[in-house]
Design a protein around this ligand. Sequence first.
Ligand code: HPA
Length: 248
Amino acid sequence: MLAIIGGTGLTQLANLEITHRQVMRTPYGEPSGAITFGRLRQHEVMFLARHGYGHTIPPHEVNYRANLWALHEQGVTRIVSVASVGGIRADLSPGVIVVPDQIIDYTYGRAVTYFDGRDRPVTHIDFTQPYNPKLRQQILDAAQCAGEACRDGGVYAATQGPRLETAAEVNRLERDGADMVGMTGMPEASLAKELGLSYAAIAVVVNHAAGRGSSRDGVHLETISAVTQPAMARVRNILECVVGSDGD
Ligand code: HPA
């Protein structure tokens, strides 16, 4: 079963025929909200709003462990994460949709693993490929089927937030090899891997990263929602095609 975790600008799926919602508790606390169950183009899916349905939970306070645990417990095997990012690479300007293939993690102080505590075995997951290649390809194929342009690959830098970056920090991210920057990609991706879930992301560029392009003198937050709304409508078109793709 496929689940979609929606980020900023995607707190609900307009085209989802909702069947029911379920509030869950996990050993790690409560997820960001009730899990929404429904059908998208006749296919059963689950949906969870990462920041809560009223967008009240900032990136560093999202209970990533509870979110993924709850979805896993409900029988989810594939997760498509939708997240907004700032574009660092010159061609990643506002409105562009990307399926990243790599991550650099700059977050700190977040609960990053299910394998902690003295009663758990020391466990190191392989994270060479943070995103599931098959699911990435299914998203790219879905974008093509939906007629929506989508970039294949890019390095996602996960920053701590909630503040945006300084221009010098963005320069450093670029020197490190990052193409885009967001605040929620980690530890979501590695926790999904710890649970054995297929996980991939759709990143939506909603602004030039700090110090770049139209954000040269500052990131103009007031212009972001004008970009986000039409871009998320395109993401919904892609998601409608992803749900029809084969499971694992
Ligand atoms: N930086 C970090 N996270 C973001 C940005 C950004 O510029 N835009 C959207 N999410």
